[in-house]
Design a protein around this ligand. Sequence first.
Ligand code: ADP
Length: 422
Amino acid sequence: MAVVLGCIADDFTGATDLANTLVRNGLRTVQLIDVPAPDAPIPDVDAIVVALKSRTIPAQDAVSQSLAALNWLQAAGCKQIFFKYCSTFDSTDDGNIGPVTDALMAALDADFTIACPAFPETGRTIFKGHLFVGDQLLSDTHMAQHPLTPMTDSNLVSVLQRQTKQSIGLVQYRDVARGTEAIRARFDALRASGERIAIVDAVSDDQLTSIGEACRDLKLITGGSGVALGLPANYRAAGWVAANAGADSVPSVSGKAAILSGSCSAATLGQVARFAQDHPTFRVDPAALADGKPVVADAIAWAGERLDEGPALIYASAPPEEVKAAQDRLGRAKAGDLIEEAMAEIAKALVETGVRRLVVAGGETSGAVVGALGVTGLHIGAQIDPGVPGCVTTGDVALALALKSGNFGAEDFFEKALAQMP
Ligand code: ADP
């Protein structure tokens, strides 16, 4: 069967989060990194998620990258398009959610779409157009001080209206609570009165499922991964995808295994400590790297002696006081870059010596590793811990990857990830 859903995500971990939701709801899904080459093969799946890094770049660049992704997805035969952004609606008055939505609507000749970032599982709910994070309005949270996209207004109708000339409407809770038909009737009423994009209230997964069902005939849907919950049922009802119990099955990969951790988040520190109790570990020291010591070569040689016996962990992860010491000496960006480059180089060398199963901790660290390995696509497999699926790369040399950002995963995440990689 042909690809049904084409998704454009404005960042990497957001793309994985959406892909994970689709797989868990029965769609075979591949995540592609950046816009594929025009002649890139079309994967045999139900949904494709193109991961861009367009959240905070200038709006015109975000528009052109998103349109390039759209072109590719349309050529691949996708019947519906999804624009995925953060569940905290990360954007400024200059964009990029409004301008990208406008451009996608124009290119698709779509006269109506929704904007619904709600993700109740992680506490993001929308009521009367206002976005809450847990029990607080968005603008009362740390997001008000975000360095790139400070969110100082929780009223999404106003926030989005400042980003677009198209008229923004609202589908209120009272209609959403009445279910799919009431939501669809409200879409029709808004469309008839000239509103082109509707913020949609949602406080539960049930409501998101109804909203997804109500979006059956829209060419474009925009929002967080939650609103994708209801889409697979539409495609099954239309006969576009098979009832798919095995959507999370990925090619099996065997080979040596390693863990690379460049995340200093609290959850990762616990995972590193737990794994270190009964596995070999190697610490990458930023100060030694800065002094030009052969840390990378030492790590590779160390791993070479151990990985035949079983998995081992190479980590830069450190508690806040050590991170601060490294940053005071090197500067925040330099310390981060040095370690990311080291981890990327180590990953490349490990794969060259036969490692085929890699767990990577850290969002930026994962980006650096995936880039160095030249990964262009990921088959999304079963979830290891909430929000983190196991993946297998597309392409000639299949690698099993688990890419975990920041505070995700339980304390035994590394063991669990390795156990799940066949
Ligand atoms: P997370 O997902 O937990 O935020 P990231 O990989 O995105 O993890 O970011 C962690 C950043 O911290 C990376 O840039 C990494 O290189 C850097 N880093 C890792 N270890 C150290 C350390 N010991 N000192 C300073 N910076 C570090």
